[in-house]
Each structure stands twice: as C-alpha cells, then as structure tokens.
Unconditional design. Structure first.
Length: 449
C-alpha cells in the first residue's frame, strides 16, 4: 500500500520574549488567516521553544473525556479534562465543539484536531498552551485592556462586561498621547525586578496585534458606579483583584504555584487601584490623575537608564574602560546589586558562552546578563545568574560591552573569567533546579549583611 506523507509548514513566533512553534498542513486554509501573528513571527532562532503545537487532521478514536473544569466567556467555552491520561481541552462556540487539544503533562507538546471554526480554535489552543507552558517563567497571560501613556502602560481589570474596553477608549479620546497596547490578552512578565507588559497576537474583538512592550505603571480594577472615584489598594485586596484576570490551570499544583509566585510579587511591587466609574471622559481623567505620579516615575527611570547607557557606549568607543554600578539581584551570586560594580570593556575577540555582557534585549531595554547560548546566525540568548526562569534575546549588534571585572566596595577587582570562576559558574548552571532555595538562603544570610 502506498502512503502519501502530508506536507507541513513550520512557523516560529516570539511573544513577550518566549518563542513557540506552530506546524500546519501546507494546504490548510489557516495559512491565509495568520495575519494577526505576523508582527510576532521570527525567521530563525536558536532559542528552545516554550511549546510546540501541531494542527493535525481527523481526530482518531479516543477514550472517554474526564471533565475537570469548565470556563464560559460570552458563548466561548473551554472544557478542560483528561483523555487516555493526557491533558485535554475542548473548545466550544455557542455550545458546539469546534476543536480538541491534546498535550503532554508539561504542556509543551500539543496536537490540535479542528472540526469547526479553524481560526477560533487555533487562537484558543495557542493561548492555553502559552499560559500553561510559561506559568513557571514569571509570566502571566492576562484578561485586560491596556493603554500606554508617557512611557508606561496601564492595565484595566474586571469581569467581562465591566467596561474595560470602554474605559481604554475614553483614554484614547480624552487623553492626548495615549495608545492602545492590547484590548483583551496582554502578557505581563517580571524582568529584572520590573513588571513589563507586552502586546500579543490575541486581542479579543479589537484587532490590536502590536509587538511592543512597556513597564507597567499600574493595574486598575474597574467597577461600574453612578460616580467617579478611585483609591489605592494594597496587600491581600490587591492580590485578590489581580488573580481572577490571570489565565491558568489552578487545579494543577505546579501551574498554580508558578502563577502564585508571580502574582504575589506583582501585587506587592506594582501600584494597584480600584476605580468606581461612569462611562464618561471624567472617569478617564480621574484615573489618569491618580496614576500620574507612577507615569512620571516610570518615564524618568527609563530616560535616566538609557542616557547612562548611551554615555557608557560613547566612552567605550573612545577607548576608555568604564566602571558601572550594578542594580538589581539578577546576577547573584557572582555580582551583588547595590554593592558591586562592573568594569566594562569592548571585547577584543569573539564573545563566548559564559560572558557577562551589557546589551539591548527584546527590543525594549538594557540588561547585564550572561550569554547562555550563541546561534549560528549571530543571535544571543541571555539569562541572569540569579534568575530561576526567563531568558532574553539579542543580536551581536545589540551588545554594548562585556563585563571583565567585578569591583567590590573595598576596591578589589575580581576577574570574571578566571578558571575557578568559570568552573563555579558551570556548577551554578547545573544547580538551576535547586537555585531558588540556595538564593533564598543566601539572601537571608550573607547578602543580608
């Protein structure tokens, strides 16, 4: 018997710094419906994808669907359960099943069987896999409407029908300089001790598919009221306001723990407000006036940082060595933020895995992180020594300098690439699965002093 092998086409995308792969049959009608994904498409990368999804043909015979949970959002439903021991998700539209997604237990390999609306099914499947595969990567796929204003972004939270989209449209109409970032499914990620929001290929009924990112200025929980009033919320109230807007599989302990860690950090570090409001222009102005100090702080921080890096770049090009103070704790235990500085130089030879570099990453910010992988096309993958998850991507052209020495508060200079330190770094890389607990102990003992 002659078997004809189906031709397929591979697509690669990057959303919020995370790469994922989609495989479609070459003749699939979906090939012509991927316009919303085009701003996020990448041609080549050496980065390991957080997940792979393959759209396959007719659904084979399967065992009984064991239901675990059900989500209904204005006629669009997701039935979550297990089939033959594997995680399974059925996507329904107006009560009719459109597709079934089967994944492995890590949510990194999926097969999608589509029987109805193809684009609707693909969007739901990709969002489910993105939310679950990045849950332990300090990443939150959220249900929110987002605007940017003066260099920061503001996320409007609330149940469906609360008026999130209406409120962001009021910002666009009444507050000059406002832009829509995403109207339904932005991604929030903790990056070097800062919450950053990214546009995504999923934006509900509003076609807003922008590959942009901004530091988060504030979250605003909306409720309808016969007046406009806003107040700051903190602690457990902030946490409770945030969690319902985050996509995830709460009954999976590993997923729940990953999301909780990120949500808890965000609720404790990012300003949150509760806005009771009417659907009018005064509501937008009331909200803007309350978060304006956050706008100014975020904007000034970005300006100061970029100006400092530009000055460093100019000095290095003139042949000088530059000593730069380090902020944040993303390079522990080798570089202690707030205490240590680094001596920067323009590298004379090619860069290597293990080099600590200052670079412009993810098209939005500068970081001092370690090279963990170098692609054949000159793309670099970076990660902070003190980070337990999350990587950054850049090219050789984005590199400003290499850090050669750590300068201690007492003036001692420690060469970062001595044989002993390189060996220690290799051991540290192997300890990644338990790095979280080692760092917790160090922060409570040595670094606390």
């Amino acid at each position: 018997m002659y078997l004809c092998r189906q031709m397929t086409k591979l697509y690669k995308y990057q959303v919020a710094g995370h790469v994922f792969e989609l495989t479609l049959p070459e003749a699939d009608s979906l090939v012509c419906e991927l316009g919303q994904y085009e701003p996020f498409r990448i041609v080549e990368t050496e980065a390991e994808p957080v997940f792979r999804l393959q759209v396959v043909g007719e659904r084979p015979a399967m065992g009984e669907f064991v239901r675990e949970n059900h989500q209904d959002d204005d006629g669009s439903e997701i039935m979550a359960g297990r089939v033959d021991g594997k995680p399974c998700f059925d996507f329904l539209l107006q009560g009719q099943c459109q597709a079934r997604l089967l994944t492995d237990d890590s949510y990194r390999e999926g097969q999608l069987y589509i029987e109805g609306d193809r684009l609707f099914s693909l969007n739901d499947a990709l969002m489910v896999m993105f939310a679950l595969s990045t849950a332990e990567e300090q990443t939150l796929l959220m249900h929110a409407s987002v605007v940017s204003y003066q260099g920061a972004a503001y996320l409007m939270l609330g149940k469906s029908g609360t008026g999130k989209s209406t409120h962001t449209r009021l910002w666009l109409k009444h507050i000059q300089g406002t832009e829509l970032v995403n109207d339904d499914n932005p991604v929030v990620r903790i990056v070097d001790g800062q919450a950053v929001v990214y546009g995504s290929p999923w934006s509900g009924k509003t076609p807003c598919y922008r590959c942009v990112s901004y530091p988060v200025g504030a979250f605003v929980q909306l409720t309808q009221a016969p007046f406009n009033k806003i107040r700051r919320i903190k602690g457990i109230e902030a946490y409770v306001s945030l969690v319902p807007s985050v996509s995830g599989k709460r009954w999976d302990k590993r997923i729940a723990d990953g999301l909780h860690e990120t949500e808890n950090w965000v609720a404790g570090h990012v300003p949150m407000f509760h806005l009771q409001c009417l659907p009018d222009g005064d509501a937008a102005l009331t909200c803007r006036d309350a978060v304006a100090p956050q706008v100014e702080a975020s904007q000034q921080k970005m300006v100061d940082n970029n100006e400092a890096i530009h000055a460093v770049d100019s000095l290095l090009k003139e042949g000088h060595k530059v000593i730069l103070p380090v902020k944040g704790q993303s390079m522990l235990p080798f570089i202690v933020g707030g205490k240590d500085s680094v001596e920067l130089v323009v590298p004379e030879g090619p860069l290597a895995v293990g080099d600590a570099i200052l670079a412009w990453v993810d098209r939005c910010r500068y970081v001092l992180h370690r090279i963990v992988e170098i692609g054949g096309d000159g793309h670099l993958i970076l990660m902070g020594d003190g980070n337990i998850a999350g990587k950054e991507y850049c090219t050789l052209g984005d590199v400003v300098a290499r850090a050669d020495y750590v300068v201690k508060p007492d003036g001692r200079r420690i060469y970062l690439y001595s044989d002993s330190l390189r060996n220690y770094w290799q051991w540290w890389m192997w300890l990644k699965p338990i790095r979280r607990w080692i760092l917790a102990v160090l922060r409570r003992t040595i670094y606390k002093k």
